[in-house]
Design a protein around this ligand. Structure first.
Ligand SMILES: [Zn+2]
Length: 113
């Protein structure tokens, strides 16, 4: 088992919706455009990690249109991620939603129903 990296910064957890196909740096799985991946800066390179390797398989995507669910799911989930997508037109990242624990999303959806 690899040791869990302890990050010093209090950076927000970011997950990226890939704008082009890639490969997981860890397991070499093929990643398609639109797949979610964690990108990590190593030296001068960016490494992509697939959902399984980033341990995000169980997480549920809440699209950004659901503002209430997003807010509550972020609150209830012990860990959540902001999902970003690169916008070629604007040359910037757009927030497309969040990833949160399934139980948190379920609870949030019930409360906003
Ligand atoms: Zn992988």
């Amino acid at each position: 088992m690899p040791e869990v990296e302890k990050s010093a910064g209090k950076k927000k957890n970011m997950i990226y919706m890939l704008a082009r196909a890639s490969r997981c740096h860890n397991c070499d799985k093929k990643l398609e455009r639109g797949d979610l991946a964690k990108l990590e800066d190593r030296d001068n390179d960016r490494e992509a990690l697939c959902r399984s390797c980033a341990q995000l398989d169980a997480f549920v995507l809440v699209p950004k249109g659901k503002a209430q669910v997003t807010r509550l799911a972020t609150k209830y989930s012990s860990i959540s991620y902001v999902v970003l997508q690169w916008d070629e037109t604007w040359k910037s990242y757009n927030r497309v939603g969040i990833l949160a624990e399934p139980a948190a999303v379920e609870r949030a959806e019930k409360e906003t129903a």
